[in-house]
Design a protein around this ligand. Structure first.
Ligand code: THU
Length: 134
């Protein structure tokens, strides 16, 4: 596991954030996941007039990764606005854990860069995960 955040991954999450569709909350989010294959997959939150139908940025990035056939996340960056440090919602913690070992790092970013780094195991300890169903 590298010590330093992956600069490309962080830059990708910050860059795509501008395309987030968040007219209701005004809270734009960009996410980038690096697959074990080395590729970066991005997503943004996409809200909906029927509020519960909105999707998170992490979900979009995971969908892009799955579409490409990748099944393992190596590292994650999530970018929100300046202010309180963004952290993936409960549902996204579970979605990320599906494709991540517990030690995979999540970099919480704002437009200025990384503000906090934790692991998915920190965010979702004692997870119910794919290994339970083997
Ligand atoms: N949101 C994300 O896309 N990812 C996160 O990690 C936190 C929250 C979105 C959902 C909703 O569109 C908006 O941010 C406010 O909750």
């Amino acid at each position: 596991m590298p010590d330093k955040p992956d600069d490309d991954l962080v830059a990708a999450a910050i860059a795509v954030r501008g395309n987030a569709y968040a007219p209701y909350s005004g809270y734009q989010v960009g996410a980038a996941v690096r697959g074990r294959n080395g590729k970066v997959y991005t997503g943004v939150n996409v809200e909906n007039a029927a509020y519960p139908e909105g999707t998170c940025a992490e979900a979009g990035a995971i969908a892009a990764m799955a579409l490409d056939g990748e099944r393992e996340i190596a590292e994650v960056a999530v970018a929100g606005p300046a202010g309180a440090i963004i952290t993936p919602c409960g549902g996204c913690r579970q979605k990320l854990r599906e494709f991540s070992r517990p030690e995979v790092r999540i970099h919480s970013c704002d437009p200025g860069g990384v503000r906090q780094t934790v692991t998915i195991g920190d965010l979702l300890p004692h997870a119910f995960a794919p290994e339970h169903l083997k």
